[in-house]
Design a protein around this ligand. Structure first.
Ligand SMILES: Nc1nc2c(ncn2[C@@H]2O[C@H](COP(=O)(O)OP(=O)(O)O)[C@@H](O)[C@H]2O)c(=O)[nH]1
Ligand SMILES: [Mg+2]
Length: 429
């Protein structure tokens, strides 16, 4: 609902500058519509995450460059096209980009925060005696220990950007099956409206079996993060993604592809183990496909990128209506658990006291004695009194100048006699 408000305002002012935008946001009065949207890119190694981040980064930059030149709505063409154009051009500001891949040698974009500036992955490998994957994992873990500072930096820039983009390490499991990946995702998702962009290498998923294993992976990430989710079929310049959409929409089409691809039946004419396993799993996945958004893009040509941003905007709504209430519920559950634990320990303490009280003589002993003093000795005298009182014969005291000759300066005398300027300071011996 809130997004619609902001959307309408942006539609009314497609040429609005950053200031006007800020005013509009302030007027909308909604927390999440003001905040930038975080996009976490996840995907198998080589799916094109970094290239995709580079593409959406340059797309947003090109929009911000052309914002002054953007046409007024109603300046020709049907209103529908105008709406579509405005939808694509709602963002006028460059994004804030984070690179979380410590092992990447060359990035196709310039990251605002780069893990490589903080952790030297090769050095981590050497020092901890690790292989490449252990090195990447440890580098990410080390970086995560400072993630609160990273989040502070991002939050400082929150008013100036519309999107925060995260590029994750090449190997998917380093981010998705590690504690640090979960910590980073949770930290980002509890601060900003967040969407997961699951990047798929389309040409490599055109076999039903690989398609399905990729979808199962996507499904597990969805259930793990519970965040709004977009399937991004990348590299559509090489292989159009229509086949994937068909398989997702039409269960029977997928079954057919399964039957024609490879050996669906064994020598005795029975369905192979692989085939029947995939058949039953595709039934499970059917449920997953229902609420999921899918877009086809080419990070090379830029095709499908405006559609991707439309899906991102729709996810903002989803985040507010589905994820945030769930987050609040989880917080409540956590707090209730802590409260319960506190009350339980209080009850236990009271129970223990109750038991003590029943012991004979406890009440008498438990009274506060106004004459009692911690420092008092057996005979009621202050214990320290004798120790602290020292009888000193003043004549026996040494002149400090003799005792510490040359080590200390009598400033009072020196100043009185020499007047300060050409003082002759005795050197310490
Ligand atoms: N043809 C084509 N190749 C792509 C596209 N996106 C990425 N690639 C290539 O895929 C390879 C892996 O890309 P990269 O972004 O490094 O993958 P990452 O490991 O997921 O970050 C690179 O050689 C890219 O040039 C695309 O849209 N079309
Ligand atoms: Mg990469």
């Amino acid at each position: 609902m809130d997004t619609t408000t902001t959307g309408t305002q942006s539609l009314a002012h497609p040429t609005a500058n950053a200031n006007a935008n800020a005013d509009a946001d302030a007027a909308s009065g909604s927390e999440t519509s003001k905040k930038p949207m975080a996009i976490i890119t996840i995907g198998m190694a080589g799916a094109g995450k970094s290239t995709f981040v580079q593409r959406i980064n340059s797309y947003l930059h090109s929009l911000s460059d052309s914002q002054g030149a953007a046409a007024e709505p109603g300046g020709g063409g049907s209103s529908e096209t105008n709406e579509e154009e405005a939808e694509g051009q709602k963002t006028h500001r460059p994004p804030y980009v984070l690179n979380l891949d410590p092992a990447v040698t060359r990035l196709p974009y310039e990251a605002n925060i780069d893990i490589r500036d903080t952790v030297n992955y090769a050095e981590v490998m050497k020092q901890y005696n690790l292989g490449p994957n252990g090195g990447i994992m440890t580098a990410l873990n080390l970086f995560t220990t400072k993630f609160d500072q990273v989040l502070d930096l991002v939050e400082k820039r929150a008013d100036e950007v519309d999107y925060v983009i995260l590029d994750t390490p090449g190997q998917i499991e380093i981010f998705t099956w590690s504690a640090s990946g979960a910590i980073i995702t949770d930290a980002i998702a509890s601060s900003f409206p967040t969407v997961v962009a699951y990047i798929i290498d389309t040409p490599r998923t055109n076999a039903p079996a690989t398609f399905m294993s990729n979808m199962l992976y996507a499904c597990s990430i969805l259930y793990k993060t519970k965040l709004p989710f977009i399937l991004v079929f990348n590299k559509t310049d090489v292989q159009p993604h229509e086949f994937a959409l068909e398989w997702m929409e039409d269960f029977e089409a997928f079954q057919e592809a399964l039957a024609t691809h490879g050996t669906a039946r064994d020598a005795e004419g029975e369905p192979t183990y692989m085939n029947s396993l995939m058949n039953s799993m595709s039934l499970v996945l059917d449920e997953f496909y229902k609420g999921i958004k899918a877009v086809g893009v080419s990070s090379f040509t830029g095709a499908g990128i405006p559609e991707f941003f439309k899906a991102v905007e729709a996810s903002r709504e989803e985040y507010t209506t589905l994820y945030l209430p769930e987050l609040a519920r989880a917080k409540q559950r956590r707090e209730a658990k802590v409260r319960e634990a506190k009350e339980e320990s209080m009850r236990r303490l009271m129970r223990d006291l109750e038991v003590d009280r029943k012991k004979p003589g406890f009440v008498e002993r438990d009274k506060w004695d106004p004459n009692y003093h911690d420092d008092e000795g057996e005979d009621g005298e202050m214990e320290d009194e004798e120790d602290t009182h020292v009888n000193v014969d003043e004549d026996e005291l040494m002149d400090p100048r003799e005792a510490f000759g040359g080590q200390y300066i009598d400033l009072t005398r020196a100043q009185r006699s020499a007047g300060g300027a050409d003082m002759n300071w005795p050197r310490p011996v």
